[in-house]
Design a protein. Structure first.
Length: 135
């Protein structure tokens, strides 16, 4: 209990690789990999980084302005169990079951949903599939 967060790493993020894979090494109840989307000013949902390039100028400017509240200072702080807010809407959560693996595209906003104040430590092995470009 009492896991710390670095640069607010409890917030949804994307990864630069193609596919992420998590293997869960501990049996910790009520812990998940959560997936988030962002609702734009015009009502459109953005599920991943790829969708961003299709936004109108107005929606893109609005998201950029709204995102500014998420400062990613170079500090350690208490872990927060993030379930969504006015910017990020959680639409899916996958239980982190012992001795199981989940895989998902890295460009989808995702995060750990975990209450570090109540739950024991959660251990997982994280790996990635990186597409090979070239011969």
């Amino acid at each position: 209990p009492g896991m710390l967060a670095y640069k607010k790493n409890f917030l949804p993020h994307t990864d630069s690789f193609g596919v992420a894979a998590n293997v869960y090494l501990t049996d910790v109840p009520n812990t998940y990999t959560s997936f988030f989307r962002i609702k734009t000013k015009s009502g459109r949902y953005v599920h991943n980084e790829f969708d961003l390039k299709y936004l109108s100028r107005e929606d893109a400017d609005d998201l950029r302005e709204r995102y500014k509240i998420y400062s990613h200072e170079d500090i350690w702080e208490d872990w927060q169990e993030f379930k969504g807010d006015a910017f990020y809407e959680r639409y899916l959560q996958i239980p982190s079951e012992y001795n199981s693996m989940n895989m998902y595209r890295g460009n989808i906003w995702h995060s750990i949903t975990y209450d570090s104040k109540k739950s024991p430590l959660r251990y997982s092995l994280v790996t990635a599939v990186i597409p090979h470009m070239g011969h």
